[in-house]
Design a protein around this ligand. Structure first.
Ligand SMILES: O=C(O)C(=O)C[C@H](O)[C@H](O)COP(=O)(O)O
Length: 212
C-alpha cells in the first residue's frame, strides 16, 4: 500500500492551519475541539506527549466535523494505539524508514516529517508524497520549501515548527504547501482558563490566512 494521498489531501486541504495540540485534561477535549471546528479549523493534531493524549483523541473524534489525528508518532505501537483511539491521520516529527514501512500496512495515513531534500526523496521512494517540513523555521523555512518546488514538484508539504500567524502566509503562498501546522491557536493559558471563545477567535483568524 502507498500513502493514502487522497485522504491526506482532504484533511490537509480542509483549512490553512492544523492546530498542534498538547493536552492532558480529558475534560477540555470536547470544548477545545468544538471551538477549533467552529472557528473553521476541522483538522486537529493531538500529540502523543501527554499521559491522556489517546483519551483526548477518543473524545475529540466524537465531535461533528472534526478530523482528529495524532502527532509525535514514533513507533508502530504509536500507530496501532492512534488507530484504536479513532485517529484519521498521523503525524511524525521524522521519517525513519522503519516507521514509514510500518505505516504502509495501515489505511490511516501517516504524514512524516523531513528537513532535507535527501529525506524527502527517501520518503518519496517509499510512496510518500505528502510530507511535513519539521522544524520548519529552524531548518530554512519558506525559502527552503520554495527551493524544493522545482526539483521535487510531486511533493507537497505541511510546514510545522515555529510557524505563527505572522509568518504563515509566507508558506501558504507557495505552490507546494497545502497547509501549515502550529500550536499558536491553542495557547495553554486559554485552555487552563476555559477560554474557548478566545481559541475559537484565534482559529477563525487562522482559517482566513489563505484569503487576500
Ligand atoms: O510532535 C509532532 O509530531 C509535531 O507535530 C511537533 C510539532 O510540529 C511542533 O511541536 C509544533 O511546533 P510549534 O507550532 O512551533 O509549537
Amino acid at each position: 500500500m502507498a500513502q493514502n494521498i487522497a485522504k491526506l489531501d482532504e484533511i490537509m486541504g480542509a483549512a490553512p492551519v492544523i492546530p498542534v495540540i498538547i493536552l492532558d485534561d480529558v475534560d477540555a477535549a470536547i470544548p477545545l475541539a468544538k471551538a477549533l471546528v467552529a472557528g473553521g479549523l476541522p483538522a486537529l493534531e493531538v500529540t502523543l506527549r501527554t499521559p491522556n493524549a489517546l483519551k483526548v483523541v477518543e473524545k475529540m473524534a466524537s465531535v461533528d466535523g472534526a478530523y482528529v489525528g495524532t502527532g509525535t508518532v514514533r513507533t508502530k505501537a504509536d500507530i496501532e494505539k492512534s488507530i484504536e483511539a479513532g485517529a484519521q491521520f498521523m503525524v511524525s516529527p521524522g521519517a525513519p524508514p522503519k516507521l514509514l514501512e510500518d505505516a504502509l500496512e495501515f489505511d490511516v495515513p501517516l504524514l512524516p516529517g523531513i528537513s532535507t531534500a535527501t529525506e524527502a526523496m527517501a520518503a518519496a521512494e517509499l510512496g510518500y508524497q505528502r510530507l511535513k517540513l519539521f522544524p520548519a523555521e529552524a531548518v530554512g523555512g519558506a525559502k527552503l520549501l520554495k527551493s524544493f518546488g522545482s526539483p521535487l514538484p510531486d511533493l507537497k508539504f505541511c510546514p510545522t515548527g515555529g510557524v505563527s500567524v505572522q509568518n504563515a502566509r509566507d508558506y501558504l503562498s507557495l505552490s507546494n504547501v497545502i497547509c501549515v501546522g502550529g500550536s499558536w491557536v491553542v495557547p495553554n493559558d486559554a485552555i487552563a482558563n476555559g477560554d474557548f471563545e478566545h481559541i475559537k477567535n484565534l482559529a477563525a483568524t487562522a482559517a482566513r490566512l489563505r484569503d487576500a
